[in-house]
Design a protein. Sequence first.
Lengths: 664, 358
Amino acid sequence: MFVASSAALRLPRTDPNYSRLLIITGLSTVLLVVTQGLSIGIRGWTTGWLTELFGPLEARQYGMGYGGLIFTMSALMIFCHGLASRPRKGADLFVTGAIGLVTAVVAVFVFFPIFIMLMSAFRTEDGGGSLVLFFQRLVESKLWQVDCLTGAGSCGVAVNSFLLAVSVGVVTTVLGLCFALVIVRTGFRFSKILRALSVVPIITPPFVIGLAIILLFGLSGTVTTTIADWLGLNPTRWVYGFLGVMIAQTLAFTPIAFLVLIGVVESVSPSLEEASQTLRADRWTTFKTVTLPLIRPGLANAFLLGFIESMADFGNPLVLGGNLDVLSTEIFFAIVGAQYDQSGAAILATILLGFTLIAFYFQRFWLGKKSYVTVTGKGDSGIPTQLPKRVAIPAIFIVTLWTIFTFVVYGMILYGSVVELWGVNNTITFKHYITAFGLNWNDGIVWSGAAWDSFWTTMMISVTAAPFTAALGLLTAYLLTRQKFHGQNAFEFGTMLSFAIPGTVIGVSYILAFNVPPIEITGTGLILVISFIFRNMPVGVRAGIASMTQIDKSLDESSATLGASTWATLRHVIMPLLKSATVAALVYSFVRAMTAISAVIFLVSAEYDMATSYIIGRVENNDYGLAIAYSTTLIVVMLAAILLLQFLVGRTKIGRRHAKLEAI
Amino acid sequence: MSQLIKANAANVRFEGVSKIYGKDAIAVSGIDLDVEAGTLVTLLGPSGCGKTTTLRMIAGLELPTSGKIFVGDEDVTDLPATQRDIAMVFQSYALFPHMSVQENIAYGLENSRMPRNEIVERTALGMDLVGLKGFEKRLPSELSGGQQQRVAVARAIVLEPQVLLFDEPLSNLDAKLRRQVREEIRELQISLGLTVVYVTHDQEEALAVSDKIVVMDKAKIAQIGSPLDLYERPNSVFVADFIGEANILGCDVIAHGEGKSSVRVDGYEFDVGNVIPADKEARVAVRPRNIVLSAGENTNTLSGKVKKVSYVGSHYEYTISGNFGEIFAIEDSGLPIKSEGSEVSITFKDGGSCLVPI
């Protein structure tokens, strides 16, 4: 390989053999590594015919190390270099290399594990494969029965998940829209607070809200006992089940819908609405016929996000589910439960994946090629129209109610963390914090608190994952918006696909794929970092695409005509204009890594325990005080981290006009 | 004007260049083109005619599907934009919004790895040249449209490019500024001796600034010539009509002479100053300014009726209908007005009309 490529380097670049030679050597080396990695397993050859062909192997396959990584990467880059230097293609080495890199890592860390998982869904207990059995298990009535709708019993796991996800999707979208409209389109006095408040649930570990709901509405919850005393009823466990999970998820995911919708509502060009008003439409008609249709893609996106998040949510159903079985928790119990049913988990995960993929596809299909882009290169001197009264008043009402509710929930979390034993002994104490984060002085600091280990692991892994996630996401966004290449659609679909894959599925597929060679990383910190990178990358991609489509393409072109290479353009022109997207991607991936549970729960090990899985463990032991104290600490740490990051990266100064809204 | 900034003007040559998008969207179809060093050549045509694609192929922002492009006799067909010695002023100016005026102008110089002191010197000179002294620290968003345009020009010329490209540089300016800026561009081009390729869809702008105009239509070159050539001797109905609104009338060619022909339109016989092959069908093209209107009926004239008169300050615009169809004519304000509905006889000024093939 090296002989061939160094021979190639002697040739002039314009020689067609130069690129041909590099392509052939690069590609064949990569293929060789992949074939070698997959055909030899722990017990020799992986398939029978290879054993027959070559006879039994003495050596087993070992996990590939950093040497293998560097070797494979170099081969890949040689291949890309070859592609880039083909004559008359006008390809750029940096761009080709980046495409090759992204494609390779997505293939290895998204498609490969999913493929392995699907394969194991077909596997029977004796190790063979059976399509019939797979379909039998796939359509089992345990999964699909709809008796709860007719009142004759309980629903199947899949049906539960679906109904829950649809309701959460709808409710979060409506709430998110209310928030976005109130903040952008009314002079509501508390807009700033609302905007800040919307961040808080994002930095909250998902199940914490579930815990707060228990503190409020659980058997010994404040609200439950008060109302029971008042009406003279016996307190019930009503909140455990569909309704409770739905409330908790709505609290947790409304901010996500809000963040999607506020971007869309802000991007509706004011001059379109002004045009509508000059065409004799009043505010309500304008809202109904212009504004609402323009934000429809945003609504679809928000719904999709709520749907997928709800499907993938693991913490809240675990804490609040009661008798409600959903796919994500069932998958977990199939893997960690007594039965250790790998193929059962794989089948459930396949169904879960199927749902989210259908949602994902439906959204793309529905929005199709309709272009709603209203951000143009031209300056827009219009001023956003005020909301019509009949929308504004109910929206402000809903927003206020919901905000108060959120405040109460967070108050509960804070209060719960300093209470001796909730509902039984309400003395104020810091003992939970001391148990978790105690420090002693004994010839140096002794990290005596029970939570320090998992806390530092979590910090380390999140901090490691964040820059990679942001870089990969923004790079992909750059390739998608700024470059044209063959297979671009497939590339986009592939990178966005991991967005539709629930964390639970990632977790299951990772342990199935990566606990054996060639990539043997189960139980390491690396697998956690990698799972975070690929799980959160699509958000970086979206943030990047959203901001990059607003940057006029002629900026790239002028930079090129001014002699800057693609890389220089990216560094000096695109990156500085993307500061806010970069911050968003960094913050998001850091926070998601800190708060993630669904994939993490499968991937943690004794050595690398994460904060969230530690907390879930405490919850399962009914140690609510410690769990809540730990969660509160996490929230504070993340808030500090976000502010720090915002301060460090700063904002791009380009100077824009801001319209002031009159107060109502 | 300045010692440091000079032109490395080079010529540009296209040999059978085509650009096809996807399978069959032809943007530019087999064009040959020669731009002499130190001249200003305009690519003129309606939107979608391929003029911007042609310009972008000179810049290297698009690579041709077939054919060859030479800049200063070097084959640059396969070179990307970065490696060509060409600068471009974009329609939207494409100033980097996060960089100050000074940083914008220095950007290209920094990419060419020039020594620091030379960058500073040249940037200052560039700003001087376009009259932006004192605006060094401003962000583009703090400048007016005209000033932004100058920054874009300065950013391009400090690189001393072999060829300077303009993509509809005036389209974002108001009418008054447009005239001023186009004159400034022309002055700069002449004083520095730059090779400039300039895209516009405004024929008046093209006539005003160009050494040579390339009229494009439907991905092909319709005619190349000096402004005078194109105006006086259009070689097709399209060019005659696109440049300066000609009246195109059906006619019979009754005699071919030496460099002139005799033509009859609806009984009116007159001479035109060009010949076209006898086997080709022809129309006669007359500029609105070259039409003489007189009251009443006369011999050997066209007769028609005034359909509409508009007063536009310096002159009157008439629409006259008759057996020949409709004619659009212009007369100075000083002359007596022909009122709407009145009968007029029409003649063409000597040498004011020409034959064009269909």
